[in-house]
Design a protein. Structure first.
Lengths: 204, 158
């Protein structure tokens, strides 16, 4: 009898650990720093950008159709905002064994092909992914550098137009940075978006 | 002799009805709620998926099996695709035909994810696969992939 209960408890906790992921950070939370390997083999952290006022941290990947759909918009965000003090830092949250097109070598290929002007970081063990509680690709976290450290200002989507055909789209990310630049808190701090789940190794 | 044309018309009718059953209808959240409220079944399992979502495609057979094996228990399995509307003819309908899906298939006709995700369930982050279980007043939302056993367990718990 005890054995059965133990087995059931084990099965239940295995199910829970599969279903339950880390809690997603929200506006006001401290943004954890990281030190991850970029596609150029150099390590990148927040400190890499000494003059930054903040950061656009994007969890994105090689494979997800939504991430691919947003790729050009991510490139454009960096083009527009790096010079204004808000560089893009992309992190691939997928496990390369679970998603074989998301290996470090394939990330290097993509970054080279598309001439990424921003770092594209590999997250071994999905540690940073879980610290931020990134749930899908793409999932963005806009961070500001304050006297009290790095603070999350916005979590969610880049805009409300995943298909990229709505001229009336709301550009959430751009609006957030526009507010931060004039020293205000953004009006919208959290949005939702459809996307691919973060790919994880199957649990035994 | 005279019956023959009618027979063919009849046959044609049957074929077109069965072909229609493999069609994919556009549905918005209000229509989905109506479909569930006014449907004659007592349990609804609504799976949100897309042709581009690999884990969704992997678990679709489980939903087909659940629907087929528990039809007599007044269960309706609704497969709601989150593919872009522009992919309906090019991707979704061919996919449904190729996989010979028997459950009802819809394509979500909503444009603002920011709004519709919360209307399905406030706990939903927006990743798929995700599944909504409804039985009477009971609603349960699960944002993860299922094995057949896990799906069956959730269904039986309702």
């Amino acid at each position: 009898m005890k054995k059965i209960i133990l087995l059931l408890a084990l099965a239940f906790s295995a199910f829970l650990s599969h279903a339950q992921n880390a809690v997603t950070l929200k506006a006001g939370d401290a943004a954890p720093d990281f030190k991850l390997k970029n596609v150029d083999n150099k390590e990148v952290s927040f400190g890499t950008f000494k003059d930054a006022k903040g950061y656009i941290v994007v969890f994105t990947c090689n494979t997800c159709p939504y991430a691919i759909g947003y790729e050009q918009r991510i490139i454009d965000l960096d083009k527009k905002f790096k010079s204004q003090g808000y560089p893009v830092i992309a992190i691939n949250p997928n496990d390369p064994e679970a998603s074989t097109a998301d290996t470090f070598a394939k990330m290097q290929d993509l970054a080279k092909d598309k001439k990424y002007s921003f770092p594209y970081l590999f997250d071994p063990g999905q540690k940073i992914t879980d610290e931020y509680g990134a749930k899908r690709t793409p999932h963005i976290f806009i961070v500001s550098k304050t006297a009290k450290g790095n603070v999350v200002e916005y979590v969610g989507a880049i805009d409300n137009d995943p298909e990229g055909n709505n001229p009336q789209k709301i550009k959430y990310a751009e609006d957030v940075i526009a507010s931060l630049k004039i020293g205000q808190k953004p009006a919208i701090t959290q949005t939702k978006e459809i996307g691919c789940t973060v790919k994880r190794k199957a649990k035994a | 002799m005279k019956i023959k044309p009618f027979f063919y018309i009849f046959l044609f009718g049957i074929i077109s009805v069965s072909a229609y059953s493999q069609n994919v209808k556009l549905i918005n959240i209000n229509q989905l709620n109506e479909r569930i409220k006014n449907g004659k079944d007592s349990t609804y399992v609504v799976n949100f998926w897309a042709t581009w979502c690999a884990p969704c495609i992997k678990e679709l057979p489980h939903f087909e099996k659940l629907g087929a094996e528990h039809k007599s228990e007044k269960l309706a399995v609704l497969l709601v695709s989150l593919d872009f509307k522009s992919k309906l003819e090019s991707n979704v309908i061919p996919f449904v035909k190729r996989k010979n899906l028997k459950n009802e298939v819809f394509l979500l006709n909503e444009s603002s994810p920011q709004e519709f995700i919360d209307r399905i369930d406030p706990s939903w982050s927006g990743s798929i696969p995700a599944t909504l279980f409804i039985k009477g007043d009971k609603r349960k939302f699960v944002e993860s992939e299922f094995t057949y056993e896990q799906l069956l367990t959730e269904y039986k718990k309702l």
